[in-house]
Design a protein around this ligand. Structure first.
Ligand SMILES: [Zn+2]
Length: 137
């Protein structure tokens, strides 16, 4: 899968974590800065530009999802978005693993696994079709 990121983000550690967890090859496709914070819009743009190729885009600005509000990450079909704003390294890694899980086709789990939606410091996530919310693995 491909990973895009904000210009000042160092993602080599994160790539190692994702590759080790899922056994997939992750390619650093370089910097791609978000020009908006509307997550639905950004996901659509990502899907159009790289349709069919699984990708994760880590942006530096905060993300907002229409009618939901502030989110850390979301995923739709084979693309995922994650905001680095205000996250420490460990939390960013668990969020990235969660969103990559969606990109690879994993649903939410009910237990305490990385795909659990319930351990969020932002409170329970409201279920939306094709969308995942803040969660901590
Ligand atoms: Zn999710």
């Amino acid at each position: 899968m491909n990973i895009f990121h904000g210009e000042s983000l160092e993602v080599s550690n994160l790539i190692g974590v994702i590759e080790e967890h899922y056994g997939v090859e992750v390619r650093d496709k370089g910097s791609l800065d978000a020009t908006a914070s509307n997550a639905a819009h950004l996901l659509k743009k990502l899907g159009r530009s790289f349709g069919g190729h699984p990708c994760l885009w880590i942006v530096e600005n905060e993300l907002f999802y229409p009618e939901v509000g502030s989110i850390v990450g979301c995923a739709a079909s084979r693309t995922a978005l994650l905001s680095d704003a205000g996250l420490d390294g460990d939390f960013l890694a668990s969020e990235a693993l969660h969103e990559v899980g969606h990109v690879l086709g994993l649903p939410h789990c009910r237990g305490g696994c990385i795909m659990s939606p319930s351990a969020s410091p932002w409170g329970p996530w409201r279920s939306l079709p094709g969308l995942s919310g803040p969660s901590k693995g």
